[in-house]
Write a protein that binds this ligand. Structure first.
Ligand SMILES: *[C@@H]1O[C@H](CO)[C@@H](O)[C@H](O)[C@H]1NC(C)=O
Ligand SMILES: *[C@@H]1O[C@H](CO)[C@@H](O)[C@H](O)[C@H]1NC(C)=O
Ligand SMILES: *[C@@H]1O[C@H](CO)[C@@H](O)[C@H](O)[C@H]1NC(C)=O
Ligand SMILES: *[C@@H]1O[C@H](CO)[C@@H](O)[C@H](O)[C@H]1NC(C)=O
Ligand SMILES: *[C@@H]1O[C@H](CO)[C@@H](O)[C@H](O)[C@H]1NC(C)=O
Ligand SMILES: *[C@@H]1O[C@H](CO)[C@@H](O)[C@H](O)[C@H]1NC(C)=O
Length: 936
């Protein structure tokens, strides 16, 4: 640092010390001092040390009393400020000699009373702050000598009365006190008052002349009191008022003449009161108002001219009221309005022109109401709108919503929380965004759980656009002819759960559009043969759970579009031969829980499209072999719960698509025989393991397709009975190992596909005892090229013609040999001694590795007994772990017994299970199981 700078600082310091005497606990500047007085008494030494011509002194003090004449030597003081939460008394004469004082502040003290005359000498005082103390009352005459007082701050005390006099007062802040009322005439001398803050008190009433002399008043705060009513004309002589706050009171009514001419009034705060209505011309005199808040009231009605005169209003807040209806031109006076909130009300509909003319509106809040729609064109005049809140209304998404939907899509940036602008109706669109909902022209009429007994003719005459009519769970036992007249558009008629016993012929005439007719759960004993004649569009007819005993031929003859017919749970004993003759489109026919003893082939002869046939829980004893022969598309056939003791030969012969056959609870002693099955295709399923015996009985099988599944293990004996097998496909699985005996007994095997599995090695004996083998695919496995691979290499070398793409059978491990064709390996590159061989891991079942740890090199056909037992045990565990994905033909409970045997046919049994016989009967030669989700 330069010496000249040092010198300058030292000199400045000296000068400062010389020119001021500032006590230790003070900070002083030329005319101001701020001191901390630590003792409980007035620190006279400190005060004496202060410069005599001080003009501002603030004292943070621990003293409890301000003694008389304490500041007598500081006669030039203009501002004196005390902050001290120990001061609890002020002596008479405390402020003597402070003739020049213009501001005195006593904040946050414990003072409850002030001695009479304590301010008497402060004749030039302009500002008196006596705030946040405990003052209970202002004694008579206390302020009388403060003739120059302009600002009086008394907030935060416990005052119950107001000061009087003080004709020069401009600001009076009395908030946070305990005022309960205002004495009449109390402000009469305050003609210069500009601010009167009386909020946060307990004022319950105001005399009508309270403010009559306050011509200068600019701001009047009356919020947060207990005002219940305002006297008429209370605000009539306040020409300069610009802000009036009345919020958080209990006002229930604003009389028409409340507001006099107030051309300066800009803000009127009325929220959180108990207002229930707004009268015409209530605001006619406050034409310069820009902000009007009326939220959090109970306003349920607003007279149509309530807002007349408010042509400068910018912001109108009416949220959180009880509005349900708004009159047509309510806002038409508010041409300058920018913000309009009507949210959190109960508005059910809006008049068409309610916001018309509000060209400058930028925010429109309509959320949280009961709006189901808006009138067409409602929002068209809002050229400058920036936010529209529409969410949380029960929007009704029928065709009438299309205006709103379109407006929303062309103003998507303006809609706030548009994803929450959702449909509440119809139920099918519940929760869907209005902007994406496909507007559905449907109209629905529901009558549910009523005591209605009769439906009269022409009951729905005026509802010609009805699309859905639902009458459920009523007492209706009779429907007049003509009840459904004029319902040309009806597509769904549901009469479920009533007491109907008969329906008059012709009842449904004219319902040309009807697609669904539900008559279930009534008491119908018969159906007139002509009843459905005009239902040319009908697709779904539900007649179940009635008391029908028969159905006459011809009843369904006009229902050529019918797709579903449910006749279940009736008392039908027999079916006329031609009853279903015209139902060429029918896909589902349910006849369950009737009393059918037999089914004639003729009855089903024309159901060419049938996919599902439910005949369960009848009394069928016999089935003709050809009964289902005309049903080429049948997939599901349910015959459980009948009296069948045999299934005739060839019964399923003509059902190439059958995938589910349910037969439990019959008297069957034998099942369809599949022992002549030749080809079994199980590929493209999710089979993960195959249990022992899964293929038993399929002794004639020549081709077994198991590829593209999740198989990781095969028991050594799963194929042991397939002596005729010629081709087996196991590729695209997860096989990690193969038992050396897995293809034992398969003397006729020609082709084995094993590519794309996870095989590391295969037993060297695997292919040696298969004399007819012509092709083996082994590529795309993770071959581990150590000594254990030598057996495979040997076989590859000796049978170059049998391995498919032998050069693609390459090492995966060790990394050094990755990609190397196994055929080209030389013994020296493999570390062939016992130490270096990898450890045995039984859970992956690598039997050959185990062999090689013992130093054996090739041609081991037979495993020791101990090793094969071990292998089985391990396989058994694995199988249990994945039992739910395992085919087990002898499981109890609901068994999917024949699934593996039949593949196409699922027989669900719960009882009376009989083991398949080995008679050769059905000439089923090829079975294909389309992909199913669960494993076998
Ligand atoms: C005021 O000054 C006089 C003399 O200068 C002194 O005697 C007296 O103690 C002072 N009073 C106070 C309260 O400091
Ligand atoms: C205050 O008094 C001191 C001497 O006591 C004097 O130097 C200074 O100029 C005075 N200041 C004012 C603003 O009168
Ligand atoms: C409007 O103000 C004038 C003058 O203050 C008053 O006479 C009149 O009653 C007021 N009108 C309403 C509706 O308050
Ligand atoms: C809209 O507001 C602008 C100022 O923001 C004003 O100039 C214009 O006149 C207003 N339009 C209407 C129709 O009041
Ligand atoms: C949108 O909705 C969420 C959740 O209801 C709310 O938190 C958020 O404030 C809303 N946004 C606007 C802009 O209203
Ligand atoms: C055996 O295989 C299991 C499962 O793959 C594995 O968790 C375990 O670490 C292996 N054991 C040895 C010794 O490699």
């Amino acid at each position: 640092m330069a010496t000249s700078q040092c010198l300058f600082i030292a000199v400045s310091f000296l000068l400062f010390v010389v020119s001021f005497s500032c006590p230790e606990d003070c900070e002083c500047s030329l005319t101001r001092a701020s001191c901390v007085m630590k003792s409980g008494k007035t620190d006279t030494k400190l005060l004496a040390a202060l410069p005599a011509n001080l003009s501002v002194l603030s004292v943070i003090t621990l003293m409890t009393n301000i003694e008389a004449n304490s500041f007598a030597n500081l006669t030039l003081l203009r501002q004196l400020i005390f902050i001290g939460d120990h001061i609890s008394s002020v002596s008479f004469g405390a402020f003597n000699h402070l003739d020049n004082l213009s501001a005195l502040m006593l904040d946050k003290t414990l003072l409850e009373v002030l001695p009479a005359g304590v301010f008497d000498k402060l004749v030039h005082l302009r500002q008196l702050y006596f705030t946040n103390n405990k003052l209970r009352k202002i004694d008579k005459g206390l302020l009388d000598n403060l003739i120059e007082l302009e600002e009086l701050y008394l907030y935060g005390n416990m005052l119950q009365t107001l000061p009087v006099g003080l004709a020069n007062l401009q600001i009076l802040r009395m908030y946070q006190n305990r005022l309960t009322g205002i004495p009449s005439g109390c402000f009469d001398q305050l003609t210069k008052l500009t601010e009167l803050s009386l909020h946060v008190n307990y004022i319950t009433h105001l005399p009508s002349d309270s403010f009559i002399q306050l011509q200068s008043l600019v701001m009047l705060m009356l919020s947060n009191n207990k005002l219940i009513a305002l006297p008429p004309r209370i605000f009539h002589h306040l020409p300069n008022l610009s802000k009036l706050s009345l919020f958080e009171n209990q006002l229930s009514l604003l009389p028409v003449s409340t507001f006099g001419k107030m051309d300066k009034l800009k803000e009127l705060w009325l929220y959180d009161n108990h207002l229930t209505s707004l009268a015409d011309d209530l605001f006619i005199n406050v034409t310069h108002l820009t902000v009007l808040t009326l939220s959090y009231n109970k306003i349920s009605s607003i007279s149509r001219n309530a807002f007349r005169g408010l042509d400068k209003l910018h912001k109108l807040s009416l949220q959180q009221n009880h509005l349900s209806i708004l009159s047509e031109n309510l806002f038409s006076y508010l041409g300058q309005l920018r913000y309009l909130s009507l949210s959190f009300n109960q508005i059910q509909s809006l008049p068409r022109d309610i916001v018309k003319g509000l060209h400058n509106l930028t925010v429109l809040k309509l959320e949280m109401n009961l709006l189901q729609n808006v009138p067409e064109g409602l929002l068209d005049s809002l050229a400058h709108v920036q936010q529209v809140h529409l969410h949380n209304n029960p929007w009704k998404c029928d065709c009438a919503i299309s205006y709103l939907k379109q407006w929303m899509s062309s103003h998507s940036k303006v809609i706030i929380n548009s994803t929450q602008v959702t449909c509440s109706y119809p139920t099918s669109l519940l929760g869907r965004s209005v902007s994406t909902a496909v507007t559905n022209p449907s109209q629905e009429w529901k009558v549910i759980h009523t005591q209605m007994e009769v439906v009269r003719a022409n009951a729905f005459l005026n509802l010609s656009s009805l699309v859905t009519l639902i009458i459920h769970q009523t007492q209706i036992s009779h429907i007049d002819l003509g009840a459904f007249n004029n319902l040309d558009h009806l597509t769904r008629l549901s009469l479920e759960g009533n007491r109907l016993e008969r329906l008059p012929a012709g009842l449904f005439d004219g319902l040309h559009s009807l697609q669904i007719l539900v008559l279930q759960s009534n008491r119908l004993t018969s159906v007139e043969p002509d009843l459905f004649n005009q239902l040319v569009s009908l697709k779904d007819l539900q007649l179940h759970h009635n008391r029908l005993t028969t159905i006459a031929d011809g009843t369904f003859d006009h229902l050529t579009q019918l797709v579903k017919l449910n006749l279940g749970k009736n008392k039908i004993t027999n079916l006329p031969l031609k009853v279903f003759d015209k139902l060429g489109q029918l896909q589902q026919l349910w006849l369950y829980e009737n009393q059918l003893g037999a089914i004639a082939a003729r009855s089903l002869a024309n159901l060419n499209s049938l996919v599902e046939l439910g005949l369960n829980s009848n009394s069928i004893q016999h089935l003709a072999a050809n009964v289902f022969s005309a049903l080429p598309h049948l997939k599901t056939l349910t015959l459980s719960g009948n009296l069948l003791s045999t299934l005739p030969q060839g019964l399923l012969l003509d059902l190439p698509k059958l995938s589910q056959l349910t037969l439990y609870e019959n008297h069957l002693s034998r099942l369809i025989n599949l022992s002549s099955l030749r080809v079994l295709i199980l590929s493209h399923n999710q089979i993960s393991s195959i249990q022992k015996g899964a293929f038993s009985g399929l002794d004639e099988l020549t081709d077994l397709f198991l590829h593209t599944n999740n198989i990781s293990k095969l028991g050594w004996d799963v194929f042991s009975n397939l002596g005729q097998l010629r081709n087996i496909s196991l590729h695209n699985n997860r096989l990690q190992s193969l038992s050396p005996r897995v293809f034992n007994n398969l003397q006729n095997l020609r082709k084995i596909q094993l590519h794309n599995n996870s095989l590391q090695q295969v037993p060297s004996a695997l292919f040696h005892l298969l004399p007819g083998l012509t092709e083996v695919s082994l590529h795309l496995n993770v071959w581990l090229c150590d000594c254990g691979i030598l057996g495979l290499q040997d076989w590859l070398k000796n049978h170059p013609d049998k391995a498919l793409a032998p050069n693609r059978v390459t090492c995966h491990n060790p990394p050094a040999l990755q990609g190397r064709p196994i055929l080209t390996l030389v013994d020296e590159s493999l570390a062939c001694d016992a130490q270096s061989a990898p450890p045995v891991n039984y859970t992956t079942g690598l039997i050959p590795l185990q062999l090689n740890t013992e130093g054996e090199r090739r041609d081991h056909y037979i495993l020791t007994a101990a090793r094969s037992e071990r292998t089985n045990a391990v396989n058994g565990e694995g199988t249990q772990n994945i039992a739910h994905q395992t085919l087990d033909p002898f499981n109890t409970g609901i068994l999917i017994i024949l699934l593996l045997l039949v593949c196409v046919i699922v027989i669900v049994t719960s009882r009376n299970w009989v083991k398949p016989h080995t008679e050769r009967r059905d000439p089923i030669m090829l079975l294909r199981l389309s992909p199913i989700n669960d494993a076998l």
